[in-house]
Write a protein that binds this ligand. Structure first.
Ligand code: TTJ
Length: 648
């Protein structure tokens, strides 16, 4: 971060000749260490290039000069981004003596530093500027329509390929950027995923009410895909979309939308409750997602809890003897979007995902307290629906507390030292090296027990119907007889007791059959981990075992296949007279087979479950485990591959 800023300052204050050298060095640095500028050179970084360009156009929209942004994916995964703004200035840059548009595209971090334009770069996670995109593109072309002329310039890997020239006349204004990500940089893939761009562009459209953003996928000429995002309702539409899209039923028809402006800062919140037990709170500062919250989120939570308790006392939802509702109570089933705009946003924390500006707490909490209180007073039926849910949540939390106390007493020690009877523990105690296999079915559990390495592999068999935590409240989850052994074996405790330091195994491996039932139990367990023990997922402790689908043998030789394609390849390789055994489940393997295929660290493959995108994962679980059939059917049809890969 510091390094990039330093580079900018030197680049714009030195004399022209020195500048040119600086410019060169700047972009070479980007090509040398692209990860430093865009996070990764994987699919994430690749898609980031598009956001980086689009965000410039959105800044022009925020400034009030642009009403639409069009994004296209062309054959060859070439991207075009067009806006109808004023166009990047083509005049000479005062200090650099080259056109300003050339500076924007060749000087690191030059985007926001135009004298007098009043232009603010929305500082983000990587908010690095379009020059970085230029540096990481095999080629990039800019076309500016301004003052009746079309100006064009081309670059190759960040270097000027053609000088800026007038190529035509126009009565429009705007900027068009076309670029091809460099396969020398993006070695893993240069193929864009429509859904990833769609998700992010839709989000941008929600965050900028009224802005029209289009996305066209023109890679297959015969099958163009075209989408348009434009939401007059802004973040209120966003909150409603988030509920709808997850197949959740709202408790009130329209999201509550609260806004305020204080000096040069603005804040808005949209909230809509649904009938689930989950909370989804998205927050943004200057359109940048603040995934770790911060002062604006604190202000919101603080005021929300106060509103519920003050309103509850005043209108007798809470009796004199009742305890206050907790933050968790009043956020059960809440979907909320918080968006603040400020000139001097400070992004803190390791991933810069947390807003630090202290005055935002009061700005947001004052607004939410006053305006939500008024909203409840003016809409008592909405207040009633929301309130009765919070009261139910409070009762469930109290019941959960009692259940937990009881469990603690039963365990005797209060430290929860007791291990479940079904657990076949390992002898090694150092969690760094131990593994817990959670195995579906008693018989597979028995086989795994015989096949394992008992020094560091523990087995916990699960059987019978697993609880769907998506449809149960905390008290039912905590008291669930199928889940208690899981939590006891892990050692971490749950909810208020949760402590990741106590995790007894640093690999927790779900081992289920490679069939529909196996997929179901995997999803149920993953949902439980995601909702109640999320740090285990975030820290990468959860894995999925990959049992083979076939055993292909000939004479005394045998090989295993993990897919139909692998089976066919083996058959071709081993020739005539092969014997194929199809494993319908783990139960069909003997102890040696289960060890050598699925548990032996030197042979097995286990998939680590990671949390790339918590919002997407939330959506997946809500849809898969919720009670609406239609969204589930649709989701499975659209994501058949992803669900199978457990790519949450
Ligand atoms: C700068 O200040 C004077 C008026 O124009 C301002 C400007 O830069 N506007 C602008 C930039 N509009 N659109 C862009 C832009 C659009 C795309 C698609 C990509 C980039 C890098 C900039």
């Amino acid at each position: 971060m510091d390094e990039q800023e330093l580079q900018l300052n030197t680049a714009v204050t030195e004399t022209y000749d020195e500048d040119s050298i600086q410019v060169l060095e700047g972009l070479q640095a980007v090509r040398k260490r692209p990860g430093m500028y865009i996070g990764s050179t994987g699919p994430r970084g690749l898609h980031h290039l598009v956001y980086e360009i689009v965000d410039n156009a959105i800044d022009e929209a925020l400034a009030g000069f642009c009403t639409q942004v069009n994004v296209q994916i062309l054959p060859g995964d070439i991207i075009t981004v067009r806006d109808n703004g004023r166009g990047i200035p083509v005049g000479m840059h005062d200090k650099m003596g080259i056109p300003a548009v050339t500076v924007v595209l060749t000087v690191l971090h030059a985007g926001g530093k135009f004298g007098g334009s009043g232009y603010k770069v929305s500082g983000g996670l990587h908010g690095v500027g379009s020059s970085v995109v230029n540096a990481l593109s095999e080629w990039l072309e800019v076309e500016v329509s301004q003052d009746g002329k079309v100006h064009r310039q081309r670059f190759a890997r960040g270097d000027i390929a053609t000088e800026l020239e007038v190529v035509g006349e126009t009565d429009q204004t705007g900027t068009l950027i076309t670029f091809k990500p460099d396969p020398e940089v993006f070695t893993e893939t240069t193929v864009f995923e429509f859904e990833i761009l769609e998700r992010r562009l839709r989000e941008s459209a929600f965050l900028n009410a009224g802005l029209r953003i289009t996305l066209d996928d023109l890679r297959i000429e015969a099958e163009p895909i075209q989408k348009e995002f434009c939401f007059v309702g802004g973040i209120a539409s966003f909150a409603e979309f988030l509920n709808n899209n997850r197949g959740l039923t709202p408790l009130h028809d329209e999201a509550i939308h609260l806004t305020t402006v204080v000096g040069d800062k603005s804040a808005e919140v949209a909230l809509q409750y649904n009938d689930s037990y989950n909370e989804l709170l998205l927050s943004f500062a200057n359109n940048v997602n603040t995934s770790d919250g911060g002062t604006h989120v604190n202000g919101f939570k603080l005021a929300l809890t106060r509103v519920f308790n003050d309103y509850g006392r005043k209108f007798k939802y809470l009796k004199d003897n009742d305890k206050n509702l907790s933050g968790d109570d009043v956020r059960e089933g809440l979907t909320a979007v918080i968006s603040v705009k400020l000139t001097d946003a400070q992004f803190e924390g390791q991933t810069k995902g947390k807003l630090g500006n202290t005055d935002m707490t009061k700005i947001v909490s004052d607004m939410v307290y006053a305006k939500l209180m008024t909203h409840f007073e003016e809409n008592p039926s909405v207040a009633k629906a929301i309130f009765s849910k919070a009261l139910d949540a409070s009762r469930a939390r109290e019941a959960a507390r009692k259940a937990r106390d009881l469990a603690r007493k039963k365990a005797g020690t209060g430290e929860g030292g007791a291990l479940p009877g079904k657990l076949q523990d390992c002898t090694e105690k150092n969690p760094e090296v131990t593994e817990l296999y959670i195995v579906e079915g008693d018989s597979a559990g028995g086989t795994a027990k015989k096949g394992r390495d008992p020094r560091y592999q523990a087995i916990l068999p699960l059987w019978g119907k697993m609880l769907n935590v998506e449809k149960a409240r905390l008290d039912k989850v905590i008291g669930n007889e199928k889940l208690i052994p899981v939590v006891l074996a892990l050692g971490t405790g749950i909810d208020e007791d949760f402590n990741i330091e106590k995790l007894r195994y640093h690999k927790v491996i779900i081992m289920a059959d490679a069939d529909v039932d196996g997929a179901h139990i995997r999803t149920l367990l993953l949902t439980f981990f995601f909702r109640y023990l999320r740090p285990l997922v975030e820290e990468g402790y959860i894995y999925i075992a990959q049992p083979p689908l076939y055993r292909v043998s000939r004479g005394r030789k045998h090989h295993y296949a993990f897919s139909d394609a692998e089976r066919d390849a083996l058959l071709a390789e081993m020739g005539e007279g092969c014997d194929i055994q199809r494993y319908k489940g783990l139960g069909e393997m003997d102890a040696d087979q289960i060890w050598e295929t699925t548990m032996d660290p030197s042979f097995r493959t286990i998939l680590r479950v990671t949390l790339e995108d918590a919002i997407a994962a939330d959506e997946t679980f809500s849809i898969l485990m919720g009670d609406k059939v239609e969204p589930r059917r649709e989701f499975i049809e659209q994501n058949a591959k992803k669900v199978k890969n457990l790519d949450i």
